[in-house]
Design a protein around this ligand. Structure first.
Ligand code: DX5
Ligand code: ZN
Length: 221
């Protein structure tokens, strides 16, 4: 199977957003990863609907929206309307996660659940069969450019086992500190989707870096 690459718009140049969105359109990337932060669930504020709509206007690939916000239920319909194809909510932000997943299903989007580095994958055991994507945070959410937490390799294997055991079709997305060194190992452990912000946008040729990430991960898969 081909591994999906989702560059994170958080690391783009917001003064040249159209240029960076078009670069992703023309690259080997599969999804746009869009990080929404509210300054409450995470200690940082990123952007909201105006920027999401600006990305959507030029994007020719699915928008994978990662909600690092409290009470995400309140905004699911608005994010679906704004053009999200995949929405991930945080397990830690949802008191009634099952209901939140039902809402995402009703909206016709792919349903994702993200878990923080301290959260074990076992907490997803009752919902894993009804979600499309699990986002394993491999940094503490809030900022781009942080160092990869190495426990994520084992966690990816644990999640893969849970998915098999529960006969789930969920895909494993790794978010945070993904680089050209850890990408193939993550895929060996079971990753299906790799988010990359800093690795892509701080490189001299972002489009080339996306191609290398795609190539190395897909050869390993
Ligand atoms: C972190 C975000 C990530 C981030 C990844 O809170 O959820 O998606 O943009 O960026 P890098 O790849 O730079 O760690
Ligand atoms: Zn993210």
């Amino acid at each position: 199977m081909s591994v999906l690459i989702a560059p994170s718009v958080l690391s783009a140049d917001f003064g040249n957003l159209e240029r960076d969105v078009k670069m992703i359109n023309d690259s080997k990337a599969d999804w746009f990863h869009v990080d929404v932060m509210d300054g409450v669930f995470v200690p940082n504020i990123s952007f909201g609907f105006p920027v999401l709509k600006a990305v959507k206007k030029h994007a020719r690939k699915p928008l994978d929206v990662h909600l690092m916000i409290v009470n995400p239920d309140q905004y699911l319909a608005a994010f679906a309307d704004a053009g999200a194809s995949i929405i991930s909510v945080h397990y830690e932000a949802c008191t009634h996660l099952h209901r939140t997943i039902q809402k995402m299903r009703q909206l016709g989007i792919l349903a994702g659940v993200a878990i923080n580095p301290h959260t074990p994958v076992s907490v997803l055991s009752e919902v894993i069969a009804s979600i499309d994507v699990v986002v394993l945070m491999s940094v503490n959410p809030g900022f781009g450019g942080q160092s990869f937490i190495r426990n994520t390799f084992r966690k990816t294997e644990d999640l893969k086992n849970l998915i098999i055991q529960k006969n789930s079709g969920a895909k494993i997305e790794i978010d945070g500190g993904v680089d050209l060194k850890n990408a193939s190992e993550l895929v060996r452990c079971g990753a299906d989707i790799l988010v990359a912000g800093n690795t892509v946008f701080s490189s001299t040729s972002p489009s080339n870096t996306i191609a290398i990430l795609k190539e190395t991960s897909t050869h390993t898969a």
